[in-house]
Every structure is written in C-alpha cells, then in structure tokens.
Ligand binder design. Structure first.
Ligand code: MSP
Length: 688
C-alpha cells in the first residue's frame, strides 16, 4: 500500500523591509530550513514559507527618509532578503510579500469575516503608540516604550476594534492544555502571565497614514499592520482566493518559528483572530532567543549588525577551487553549523567572528573533515577505495585501553551502539538543537578515539589476523561517517553532499528523497560500494580570517563621508593654542541640527558612555556620548539638544555612533553641560 505522506507546514516571521537583512534574520530562516530539510528526509510533504512584511508607518517613514515611494523602497529591500536566502541555498517553498495583490485580498477577506462574525466594532481611541513596534502601548505618552525604549507618541484615531477580550479564557486553556504548544517553557509562562493579566480589545485599523491594506468598505482606514502581517500565514496558501487547495492541504501550521520578542503577537493576537474567523489554530509556536553582538541585540538602529554576506565571502575564499555559487553554499554551511551548535536554542547567544572561526576549526576542519579524510584515504590506499572486503563483522575489539571511554573500549560494537543511540535521538527530535549537535560531535570524537586506540595504520595487511582487524576497524569508522553525515545533512547540506559522494553513495538529495537518510541501520555501506573522488572539504581557517571579517563589517558601516582615514586619536593639536580662523564656507560645512533624545541607556562595561537615539524629525540616529558620569539616562530622555549631524560615523565598543552632541565644559571638572534649545525648536532644523 502506498504510504500517504504527512503534511508539514512551517513558517518564519516575515521580515520588515525597513532595513536589509543581518544574521539575526538569517538565524530564524536557517533554523526553519534545517527543520524543513529534516521533515522532508523523514518523508513528509513540507511547505516552508518565508517573506517580507512591507506595510505600516515604520516602512512609510523609512521610505520618506530615503526619498522614494514606499513600494519602491519595499521592492529594493525585499529582493535583498530573497537574494540572500537564495545565495545561502535556503529551501523555502514560497516567498510572500504583503504587497502582493493576492495577500491584500486575503487580508480583506479575513477582516470582513471577523466583522461578519461580530468581532469588530468602530470606536474612537486615544492612546500611547510606539511607532517602532507598531503597537498601542499601555503606558503614558512621552515615556519610553516598555518594550523597545523609544518614546511613546500620542495617537487619537477613530479605529476599528477587535474583541480580543472575548478570548482570554479560551487562550489560557489552549496553551495550558498544550492544544496550541508554545515553546520553550519560559515563553509559554510569559504568554500565560500576560493572558492572566487580562486582555483589552485591540485597535485593528489606522487612519493617520495610508501605507497599508484598506479596510473593506472604509478605505480611509488601513488594516493594522500586525493583522495584515499575521494573515500572511494563510493568505500564502490561497486563503480568500479562488484556489484554496493549498490552504485546505497545509493549514493549520505545524510550526511557526519566531524570535522571542514577537511571541505575544503569535500566541495571543493570531490565535484569537483565527478563532474569531472560525479557523483552526497553529499546532506549535517556537520562539528562539536573540543573537547578540558585542553584548547587545543586533539591530539596525544600534548599528551593531553582522551581515551573512561577510561570512559567505570570507569562508568561501578558503575554497578558491570551487565556483562562487558553491563558495556561498559552503559559507552558509559554516554559519548554519555555528548558529545551531553554539547557541542553546531558546536562549540569547553571542556572535563573534572569533568564536565562529574557533568552532569551525575545532568541529569541522579538525573534527569531522579530518576524520573523513583520514579514513577514506586509508580505504583508498589499502583497498583501492572498494568496500568489497570491508564489512561489519561484529567482532568485539580485543583492544582495551584503561581510561578511554567505555564505548570506545568496547570497540566496533560500542561504536555501533553509539551510532544507533544517536540516530534514534535525532529522529525523535523535531528541532535539531545544540544538545543533539553535541551528541554528533561526541560520536565523531569517539570514532577518533576508537581509531587511535586501534591504530589500523599499524596493522600489517600480510598478517591474516591483522588484516581481518583492519578491515573491521575501517568499516566501522566509514560506516559511522556515513551515519554522522546523514545526521548532519540538514545542517550542512553542501558539505555533507560532498562527503556522501566521496563515500560512493551518490547524490545526497536523492538519498534524502528516497528515505535513505532516515533509515540509519548499521550496514548501509554494502560490499559493492566504491569511494568517489576524494578531496579536502573543510580547509583550516587561520586567525587572519577573523581580522578580515571584522574589516569587512567596518567597511560596510553606512558611512557617508570618506573621513574614516583620519587616525582614531588625533595628533596633539592642542599643543598649539593659536586660534584658527575659518571662513563662513568652512563653518557652513558643519551641519548643526536640533534633535530630541528618545532613548538613553548605559552600555555594559563602559562607565563613561551612554547610547542615545535621537530624533531628527525624519530620521532616528544612534549616538554614543561620553557623558554617563554626568547625566543619568532618565534625565536625558525627551530633551532637545544640538548635534553635529554630518560627522562621519564611527564604531565604539562595536556600536556605531553617528553624530556628536554639543556641550559646554563647566567648572573645574570640565563637567559637560548639554547645549539646549527651546521646546518648540523644530526637530532636524539647522542651528547656525
Ligand atoms: N515583521 C515582523 C514579523 C511579522 S510576522 C507575522 C517583524 N519583523 S523583523 O524584521 O523585525 O524580524 C523579526 C524577526 O527576525 C525576529 O522575530 C527573529 O526571528 C529575527 N531576528 C531579527 N533580529 C534578530 C536577532 N538579533 N537575533 C535573533 N533573531 C532576530 O518583527
């Protein structure tokens, strides 16, 4: 009887197009790709969706600042996300954009359904709104947003409201019972305590701007960007269109993968919308932590981002013999491995180029890669690459070394057992997490130990007993490599394909389709197998690569002026105190502008520095300022100040500073006192 495939539908968040992708976005999409590949090799019918979120005030403002239409702006960034995913070989089945016509129709259909079902009403509302998060917030206007720290603005609108409050008990039940599984547990508890705190109805339309999907029948309103965005998970499948085949086939989602900061939207708003529309709920929502760089969340406004492109290029350059497209895939493998191996899934994790290179060398170049090349070379030399004499004989190794791991001491049988256990663990887990990769690495390490304990290279092929043992040892090692390779395939799709071919097993994608990567019983290397062409897979990376990657990121800072050539510490100009006269032309080159401090916070381990975000009217900037000993963050927020706006950006403590505050030095201690301007000075206007 033909096996019916189980469907598996998984999604990533759709990314905002206000800035181009960085490795934080890549992280989620990579994890989703690993899950998708794993589900496919298990024989399931997978639908993997990703895309971009293109409406809302944040995008409208970013486009305005760039001087282009929102659609042109969105087109430009959306394609960058898509191109990057393609360069990295990510196997999404569909790429949705919320500006797609079909999506917009689907969103309107969802809105109308909610309204027809009696869950939407019209009401006037005044509240504090966070433009960056695109959300009304329950905190006073003018105070920092409790989520992101940016200043809350007052917004009064006649809005459509969604009866979110009607769903509180139902949601608590669904999550507590596990009907809708929220992982990890810390996030589930966070959502539950939010729900227990009570739900207010949710404003789901806006009329203060136009960049969005119009409310059906009332086009002066646009639909709230989060309702618009969340709906992508069903509109992508054809919900609300003539052809709902995919919707019927794949919905509900088996997995929504998200970053921890958007868990509430996915575990509260989204299921409530779905229930109100009478639609089934996602089965599982999993939130991962943040990638930190230089100790804070990687984000565009902080300027501390790392781009995946840097890693693709740097690691790709280790393999000049392959094409550019393959170099990208190789670099992507390195990043995939690092992110999965280094960061405990669900927690925040630090990214550094140093750790990336160290991990690559230890686990891939010296670990897996070295094991593969040692073993296969020996089989090539001693047996002309053929497995005809090599097979599993289940002989308990006669070598027993005190102090080596028990499993290794048990020789072939021990290794075989370990392979079995590892394969079983991997099949049972839905997400390939760090623990599992540690287990793979343990297996690889044990095979290394097994080889050195049994030293097949010392055995003499002319002595029959030695020859029998050598055959067994090499078979055991090669067979372990086969299993480790199959297990690593979802994480290292490019490199494992090369190893698979070297093992003489052909195309790994075909093997995945045929179910050969899920049936990992011992003995898969049959006597007819013959090794393919051998060659190095993971060349060692030296420390110089770290410097190169750092430089690539520095050069990539969005500097406008070429002034970075100036040395970091200016030569002792102070020695000569002759006043220098400059003409008005020179003075006019300095752009002094009025700005308002929106965010102020301390920087860990930097006593003097504060990180500020200042509003210049149509642009927000990050500035680092050495005033932490003289001002507390609280007393700075909201103040109108003067900044030098056209100073070339520079990095301090890994964060980008784009501008300088003007301050007078007062008293003996040269206490800096900020130059201020009246409250009605227009933000962004020039001071001269
Ligand atoms: N557009 C919304 C999501 C709508 S989903 C219906 C959004 N977009 S976003 O561009 O801000 O992307 C957020 C997601 O990108 C996070 O939830 C996470 O998956 C990923 N990440 C962005 N920065 C990240 C880190 N620094 N670290 C880890 N993941 C990060 O929110």
């Amino acid at each position: 009887m033909a096996e019916t495939k189980q469907k598996y539908y998984l999604t990533t968040p759709i990314y905002y197009v206000n800035a181009r992708p960085h490795i934080g976005h890549a992280y989620t999409t990579i994890v989703a790709d690993v899950v998708a590949r794993r589900q496919r090799l298990l024989g399931n019918d997978v639908w993997f969706l990703t895309g971009t979120d293109e409406h809302g005030q944040k995008i409208e403002r970013a486009a305005k600042a760039a001087g282009v239409s929102p659609k042109d702006f969105a087109d430009g960034i959306s394609i960058q996300f898509r191109n990057l995913w393609d360069r990295m070989g990510l196997t999404y089945d569909q790429y949705i954009r919320t500006t797609d016509e079909a999506h917009k129709r689907g969103v309107q259909k969802l809105f109308s359904t909610l309204k027809d079902n009696g869950f939407i009403y019209l009401n006037a509302y005044t509240g504090a709104y966070c433009v960056s998060d695109e959300a009304f917030v329950d905190a006073p206007v003018g105070t920092p947003c409790p989520d992101c720290g940016r200043l809350l603005e007052e917004v009064t609108e006649e809005n459509y409201f969604f009866k979110l409050s009607a769903f509180q008990e139902k949601l608590i039940d669904l999550i507590e019972s596990g009907t809708m599984d929220v992982q990890p547990e810390t996030r589930r508890n966070e959502v539950l305590s939010f729900l227990r705190g009570g739900l207010k109805d949710l404003s789901i339309s806006r009329s203060s701007f136009t960049w969005g999907v119009p409310v059906p029948g009332d086009p002066k309103h646009v639909i709230y960007v989060w309702l618009d965005a969340l709906a992508n998970y069903i509109t992508a499948l054809g919900y609300g269109s003539e052809d709902e085949t995919n919707f019927k086939k794949y919905w509900p989602a088996d997995l929504h993968l998200v970053g921890k900061e958007i868990i509430r939207f996915h575990c509260v708003y989204w299921p409530a919308f779905l229930m109100a529309a009478g639609l089934p709920l996602p089965k599982k929502i999993v939130a991962h932590g943040w990638l930190l760089f230089e100790e804070s969340k990687m984000s565009k406004s902080r300027g501390n981002i790392v781009r995946a492109e840097t890693i693709l290029e740097a690691f790709g350059s280790l393999k000049p013999e392959i094409s550019k497209a393959e170099q990208d895939l190789f670099g992507a493998d390195v990043l995939r491995y690092f992110l999965l191996r280094e960061i405990p899934f669900g927690s925040d994790g630090s990214f550094s180029f140093d750790a990336l290179v160290t991990r690559y060398n230890a686990d891939l170049a010296n670990g897996y890669g070295n094991l593969v090349s040692r073993v296969l070379k020996m089989i090539q030399v001693e047996y002309a690459g053929s497995f005809s004499k090599l097979q599993s004989k289940h002989i308990v190794s006669s070598v027993y070394l005190e102090g080596v791991d028990e499993l290794v001491a048990y020789g072939s049988e021990g290794i075989e057992k370990l392979v079995e256990v590892t394969a079983k663990l991997a099949i049972e887990k839905q997400l390939l997490d760090r623990d599992l990769l540690t287990q793979f690495d343990f297996l690889r390490y044990s095979v290394d130990r097994y080889l050195s304990a049994n030293a097949p290279w010392k055995l003499d092929g002319d002595v029959p007993e030695d020859e029998a043992r050598r055959q067994e040892i090499l078979y055991t090692a090669a067979e372990s490599i086969r299993v480790v390779t199959a297990l690593l395939y979802p994480i290292l799709p490019y490199a494992t394909a090369k190893v698979w071919a070297q093992l003489g097993l052909g195309d790994i994608e075909t093997a995945a389709k045929n179910g050969e990567l899920k049936n990992l019983q011992w003995g898969g290397l049959k006597s007819g197998t013959k090794l393919g062409a051998l060659g190095p897979i993971f060349p060692r990376a030296d420390k110089e690569l770290i410097t190169r990657m750092n430089e690539m990121e520095q050069n990539n800072a969005p500097a406008t002026a070429p002034a970075e050539a100036a040395p970091a510490t200016t030569p002792a100009v102070e020695a000569k105190t002759e006043p220098v006269s400059i003409g008005i032309d020179d003075f006019m080159k300095v752009e002094l502008r009025v700005a308002q401090i929106k965010v102020a916070e301390r920087i860990p381990k930097a006593d003097k520095l504060l990180r500020l975000e200042v509003d210049l009217g149509n642009e927000t900037r990050q500035i680092l300022s050495g005033i932490a000993e003289h001002y507390t963050p609280e007393e700075l927020i909201g103040r109108r100040i003067v900044i030098v706006a056209n100073l070339a950006p520079r990095k301090m403590r890994g964060l980008e500073s784009h501008g300088m505050l003007l301050a007078a030095s007062v008293g003996d201690g040269d206490k800096p006192v900020l130059a201020t301007v009246p409250d009605d000075a227009v933000l962004g206007s020039r001071v001269r």
